[in-house]
Write a protein that binds this ligand. Structure first.
Ligand code: SAM
Length: 272
């Protein structure tokens, strides 16, 4: 685990196995990024043949991330964010959106993929009054994450925990509900949890084929979940309006937001 300054990019890249497709780089390809290799592109293209909506859908997921952060820093008054499963930097990263609302926001990013680590510098461009840090860690190691993030975030004050497009990387046997309970247990009342999660029960036949294809082709196995399963992950937290909905239906800014085909369940909840 490392917190703070990223290591030398060249050294880090040499640790990346470019022959095996990885979710962070497949996702980067769908978002139009350049940090992907032939193996990632082959998987991404195969998935696109199963579900032609996937490219628009991942943009819809990013748009949910931005709207949720804007809500949290704005209406909810949150000034601290713990964004786990950050991904390769794209448009509207959490600190950019949060600090656009309130420059003093402090953001800790966490991911366990070396290619994300190699881009950590881009995630550390805080506004002067705020702070950003990057933590190379696995979501399943909650104790370590909280300890290391405590160098930047004050866990006696409300924190927004962002689990955007990561929980499908956690299989049932690793008990995602208990991981979330531990994370939210470390945060005081007034904290928030934001989740977006690929769905297996939204009426888009391509999504089921896409999930099967990704699981055939990638070493990491993904678990898409139903609305009831994602609702259970929020535990006893109180969902803010409009509750747990398809991502594009969560406080859309425009008809274009609403028309996005993303097959993800999304919600933001408060710890009372
Ligand atoms: C699909 S991307 C989502 C990126 C971003 N949150 C978004 O929604 O645009 C999932 C990210 O989660 C990371 N990830 C997957 N499993 C993880 C784990 N157990 N611990 C930490 N990061 C993980 C991957 O490396 C990848 O960068």
């Amino acid at each position: 685990m490392a917190l703070g300054s990223p290591p030398d990019q060249g050294g880090q890249l040499s640790e990346i196995d470019t022959s095996a497709p990885h979710i962070a780089r497949v996702y980067d390809y769908w978002l139009g990024g350049k940090d992907n290799f032939a193996a990632d592109r082959a998987v991404a293209e195969a998935a696109m043949r199963e579900d032609p909506n996937v490219v628009e859908g991942v943009r819809g997921n990013r748009a949910f991330l931005a709207r949720a952060v804007r809500y949290l820093a704005g209406q909810a008054g949150i000034r601290q964010f713990l964004d786990i499963g950050t991904g390769i930097p794209a448009a509207d990263n959490t600190h950019e959106v949060a600090q656009d609302v309130a420059p003093e926001c402090r953001v800790v990013y966490v991911d366990n993929d070396p290619i994300v680590l190699s881009h950590a510098r881009a995630l550390l461009t805080s506004e002067p009054g705020g702070a950003t840090a990057y933590l190379d860690a696995d979501l399943r190691n909650v104790g370590e994450i909280i300890r290391a993030a405590g160098g930047t975030l004050d866990f006696t004050k409300p924190v927004a925990v962002m689990l955007i497009g990561i929980l499908h990387c956690i299989p049932d046997e690793d008990d995602p509900a208990s991981i979330i309970e531990q994370l939210m247990g470390a945060a005081p009342a007034g904290s928030y949890l934001a989740i977006s999660h690929p769905a297996n029960d939204i009426n888009n036949p391509g999504v089921g084929r896409l999930a099967s294809r990704l699981n055939e082709l990638m070493p990491m196995k993904l678990r898409f979940r139903s609305r009831a399963e994602v609702a259970a992950l929020f535990g006893g937290l109180e969902l803010v309006e409009p509750g747990l909905v398809r991502g594009p239906e969560w406080r859309p800014d425009s008809d274009a937001d609403l028309a996005n085909p993303a097959a993800v369940w999304a919600g933001v909840a408060r710890k009372n």
